[in-house]
Design a protein around this ligand. Structure first.
Ligand SMILES: *[C@@H]1O[C@H](CO)[C@@H](O)[C@H](O)[C@H]1NC(C)=O
Ligand SMILES: *[C@@H]1O[C@H](CO)[C@@H](O)[C@H](O)[C@H]1NC(C)=O
Ligand SMILES: *[C@@H]1O[C@H](CO)[C@@H](O)[C@H](O)[C@H]1NC(C)=O
Length: 327
């Protein structure tokens, strides 16, 4: 049996996350659904501007009011930490053929999560490397977006990089880092981003301190998605002008606009417990973990139907939402 440390309270009255030996939480989250909803940016709208893949708790819908408890409303989750009913989502990648039609790029789970349905997202929660004990858990209703869908160059998107200009034998791994500093007050903000921040100097994972405007350290959420581009690895399929053929479902052909969304939904204090497990919760497959992790096969059983009924696969004249590649 392992011991669970008593939960501390920070000066803000929020539960303090005592990180277990500075290790990160890691889990596999199978695809819950591919749908044209965006509960954060376009709440209540069935048919958001572009297509997403969404993972996590099955209480997902287009509305997701902040007063609701995702864990209470969900009956299953696609994540292997079975107490995490949060939702996480990203855009979808498409391949644009020479004849101008589009085909969805399939996903495959990252190493160790290859069997995740639809590939899904591998998700990490990283503690602050220099001072992991003074982090707080997200509060019910907390949500944020990271990355700027309008970014098309490195200046406007410091944390993302371009689509590769060559074929990859293993596909493309996209990684989205969420900011690790919070203002400690707001669960959301008009741009879904201003209530969180990066350290002013240095990198968070190298101990960079949070700025005075956003002094509260939160776990850094990192999403990892593997796009299986291998079926398009042929010189006959790539554009004749030497450009690369991939495009995000919102039209971006540069890659810089990649972004991710998060709505918190861990059950009760389970995130705090995950981090304070003395045996370490370095992976949901770790049987020493306190959270009763479920297998990927079990997580694969959790699924919801898309709320927007439309063709997302096959060779399409435009991407869903009548989005076309910006050429
Ligand atoms: C989403 O779920 C909530 C809670 O069950 C419900 O009140 C709301 O009507 C649902 N919204 C949609 C668009 O289905
Ligand atoms: C467009 O190109 C793709 C890839 O070469 C091909 O599979 C598809 O059949 C083409 N569609 C049309 C309408 O020519
Ligand atoms: C980079 O993108 C921004 C808009 O996101 C634009 O204002 C700026 O002119 C672009 N810079 C270059 C060098 O293209």
């Amino acid at each position: 049996m392992k011991q669970i440390r008593a939960l501390g309270l920070s000066s803000l009255g929020l539960a303090v996350l005592a990180s277990c030996r500075n290790t990160a939480l890691k889990m596999s989250c199978s695809q819950l659904v591919v749908d044209r909803i965006d509960p954060l940016v376009n709440p209540g709208i069935l048919g958001s501007p572009h297509l997403h893949q969404l993972v996590g708790g099955n209480s997902l819908n287009a509305t997701m009011h902040p007063a609701e408890d995702r864990a209470e409303l969900s009956t299953c989750t696609t994540c292997t930490f079975s107490d995490d009913f949060s939702n996480y989502w990203t855009a979808i990648m498409y391949f644009r053929a020479r004849n101008g039609t589009y085909k969805r790029v399939k996903q495959i789970g990252t190493i160790g999560s290859e069997t995740a349905r639809g590939g899904g997202i591998t998700i990490y929660y990283f503690p602050h490397s220099k001072d992991p004990t003074n982090m707080v858990a997200f509060k019910k209703g907390f949500r944020m977006r990271n990355g700027d869908p309008n970014a098309r160059n490195a200046t406007s998107a410091s944390k993302t990089v371009a689509f590769p200009d060559h074929m990859g034998p293993e596909g493309i791994i996209a990684t989205i880092y969420f900011p690790p500093c919070w203002d400690g007050i707001n669960l959301n903000s008009p741009d879904h981003y201003s209530h969180v921040s990066w350290p002013n100097e240095g990198k968070y994972d190298e101990g960079g301190p949070c700025p005075a405007t956003h002094p509260v350290k939160i776990p850094q959420i990192v999403l990892e998605i593997r796009w299986d581009t291998r079926e398009f690895n042929s010189a006959d399929l790539w554009p004749e002008d030497g450009s690369q053929p991939f495009v995000w479902s919102f039209g971006d052909t540069t890659g810089y606009g990649h972004h991710g969304d998060y709505v918190f939904g861990w059950r009760g204090e389970s995130l705090v417990i995950a981090f304070s497990d003395d045996e370490g919760c370095a992976g949901a497959g770790n049987t020493l973990c306190t959270l009763g992790p479920q297998t990927i096969a079990r997580a694969n059983e959790c699924q919801v139907a898309p709320s927007v009924k439309e063709e997302v696969d096959g060779w399409l004249a435009t991407m869903p939402g009548i989005v076309e590649a910006e050429l």
